[in-house]
Ligand binder design. Structure first.
Ligand code: URA
Length: 430
């Protein structure tokens, strides 16, 4: 087989076979296919797309390029949840303990944040001494013992995806639906769960800017998962404004704890109850979605979810101080409303970039982050505001942040007309 023939085929919009896709992924991982040929292939796929069958073969080829976690020694159905990334998305910190408290086995590999989006590992590591480097044996034992473990992805999982993603990043071929779908699904399949719940974010702060493209991506991922024997469900959810109020690592940990206590923001709470019920029901803990929702609501009321979270943090060596001593910053600065009215929009991308500039996120993979800093919104879209009200509070260790102040001010758009609150969940595809 010759890579040039495969590039020609895809250039001419023909369908690649399983053998051809396996060949190109294996040989690229072995470094016998050069970057310039793979770049041409990625661009041909970007323009001509792939059939669902091709995307499934690509997913399998990337999955088989590295290690896979074998969860079969853990009894019961294992459930994974993945978010395509957004601003203020602390859903895993809430959902993990919440569903684990009902008996669902959550064995989760998570990633770090980059650019304006946060990452679960960074949020967990903002808890002093929290350990995300678990050996496979410890990871499995912890899921067996307390139903939940969250660890960092090792370099040996889907190495082909790591190489390809880096190449796509510098060849303008990231935004291709079959390439994104196979990249995400290969990593999810390598984690070994039986049920995969995808939270596909839509809006300014997300990868997918429109519902149409999010729907298409979700459908491809659901088809890939289901055709490989994994029950796969996709939620299409709003990321036009940040999720909840807090953006920044420790700030988000605190908001997640408040949500587990039943005092969380409406949007985050609704999202977690809805996705959580699907996780509990599909893990066969209850025989209906309605009972699943009632069970997780009970576990918030009776503190079981909060206790599970404390158990999970302790199991991974985390030492969470009293919440009022958790955050230490040099300064907090309020942003106030210049006029009265209603909040029309809060640009999630701008808020995410502002938090990144404060140090909560990374511009490049190599950057260090500051776990204490970030932004806490005080208002959400649809809220009524009187001139002088606090719109958001900045937590900072950097005292020269005039650019951030101006950007954040501009992130809030006001109107004098009453605005309907946005739904957090647009669609569910299963
Ligand atoms: N997230 C991934 O894991 N892969 C992509 O290609 C895009 C987003």
């Amino acid at each position: 087989m010759r890579m040039v023939d495969l590039i020609e085929k895809k250039r001419d919009n023909l369908t690649l076979t399983k053998e051809e896709i396996n060949y190109m992924i294996q040989e690229y991982t072995n470094e016998t296919i050069p970057d310039y040929q793979m770049s041409a292939m990625m661009m041909a796929i970007y323009f001509n797309g792939m059939t669902d069958e091709e995307a499934t073969h690509l997913t399998m080829a990337m999955l088989n390029s590295g290690d896979q976690i074998d969860l079969s020694s853990i009894p019961g159905k294992k459930v994974d949840k993945h978010s395509t990334g957004g601003v203020g998305d602390k859903t895993t910190l809430v959902l993990g303990p919440l569903v684990a408290s009902t008996g669902v086995k959550v064995a989760k590999l998570s990633g770090r944040g980059l650019g304006h989006t946060g990452g679960t590992l960074d949020k967990l590591e903002s808890i002093p001494e929290f350990n995300i480097n678990l050996s496979i044996d410890d990871f499995l034992a912890q899921v067996k013992n307390i139903n939940i473990a969250v660890a960092g992805q090792t370099k040996d999982i889907t190495p082909a995806d790591k190489l390809l993603y880096a190449l796509r990043d510098v060849t303008a071929t990231v935004p291709s639906i079959p390439l994104i779908a196979s990249s995400i699904m290969s990593k999810k399949l390598a984690s070994g769960s039986d049920v995969i719940v995808l939270d596909v974010k839509i809006g300014e702060g997300a990868f997918m800017k429109t519902i149409e493209e999010a729907r298409e991506l979700s459908q491809v991922m659901v088809n890939i998962g289901n055709s490989l024997g994994k029950k796969t469900i996709a939620f299409l959810t709003d990321m036009s404004q940040p999720l909840g109020y807090a953006v920044g690592n420790k700030l988000e940990v605190i908001e997640a704890i408040e949500t587990l206590k039943g005092n969380g923001p409406d949007d985050l709470t609704e999202l977690c109850l809805e996705i959580g019920s699907y996780m509990v029901y599909n893990a066969d803990i209850t025989d209906s979605l309605k009972k699943a929702k009632a069970l997780i609501k009970d576990n918030i009321k009776n503190n079981k979810a909060l206790e599970k979270q404390a158990e999970f943090i302790k199991a991974q060596n985390g030492k969470l101080p009293e919440l009022n001593e958790f955050i230490n910053v040099k300064k907090t600065i309020d942003i106030t409303a210049k006029e009265s009215g209603y909040i029309k929009s809060i640009n999630a991308l701008t808020v995410g970039i502002s938090a990144m500039k404060l140090g909560a996120g990374r511009k490049t993979k190599e950057d260090d982050i500051d776990p204490d800093v970030g932004v806490v919104l005080n208002k959400k879209v649809g809220d009524k505001v009187t001139k002088g009200d606090t719109l958001a509070t900045i937590y900072t260790n950097d005292l020269s942040i005039d650019d951030v102040l101006e950007e954040l001010n501009n992130a809030f758009v006001m109107t004098d007309k009453k605005i309907k609150k946005r739904d957090i969940i647009f669609e569910i595809i299963s």
